[in-house]
Design a protein around this ligand. Structure first.
Ligand code: FEO
Length: 183
């Protein structure tokens, strides 16, 4: 008896997204290593922590495919893009990567809706929220580098930004948790 509760299209999509998350972890590792090499150890720490989050995302997809009786396919992971050229460029690349990842998640949500695969739709809602958080976090990085002076940021401003990021939280606070008392 076939126990697979995923359509072949959905199984393929979930496997691809699993690899996409593994790739995202490699990208963060590579940007973190670049930052450490440039002497930005706080930024590196932030990005290394984020690499772990992406590995966790990968694991969630893997476990979900198994849970639904599907077949996991562990594919090769593509090479990360070129190193950033500056802190500003690094944060721009991070933001773009998160937007691209959101696009992948939304495609799967759409597919789950088309297939009336409500279990997968429900599973994916966690990722919809996570992507909003990650985009918010990445936008926050772009705000920080803008205030620091963008491509023309002074050594002092970059020093402060680097120190802040070593202690920055991994999660962004979303609109849902805001109130008039806690804007
Ligand atoms: Fe797993 Fe940054 O998305």
């Amino acid at each position: 008896m076939n126990k697979n509760r995923l359509s072949s299209t959905m199984q393929e999509g979930l496997n691809k997204q699993m690899t996409q998350e593994a790739w995202a972890a490699q990208v963060y590792l590579s940007y973190a290593s670049w930052a450490a090499d440039e002497g930005y150890n706080g930024i590196a720490n932030f990005l290394f922590r984020h690499a772990n989050e992406e590995r966790n995302h990968m694991m969630k997809f893997l476990e979900y495919i198994l849970e639904r009786g599907g077949k996991v396919r562990v594919d090769p992971i593509a090479k990360p893009p070129d190193d950033p050229t500056s802190v500003q460029n690094c944060f721009e690349k991070v933001f773009q990567q998160e937007i691209d990842n959101t696009t992948g998640i939304y495609k799967l949500v759409k597919l789950s809706h088309e297939e009336s695969d409500w279990a997968t739709w429900h599973f994916l809602q966690w990722f919809v929220q996570e992507q909003t958080e990650e985009e918010t976090l990445a936008m926050g990085l772009l705000d920080k580098i803008k205030v620091a002076g963008g491509e023309n940021a002074s050594a002092d401003a970059l020093y402060n930004l680097d120190r802040d990021l070593a202690r920055a939280p991994d999660e962004a606070e979303l609109a849902e948790s805001k109130t008039v008392e806690n804007p």
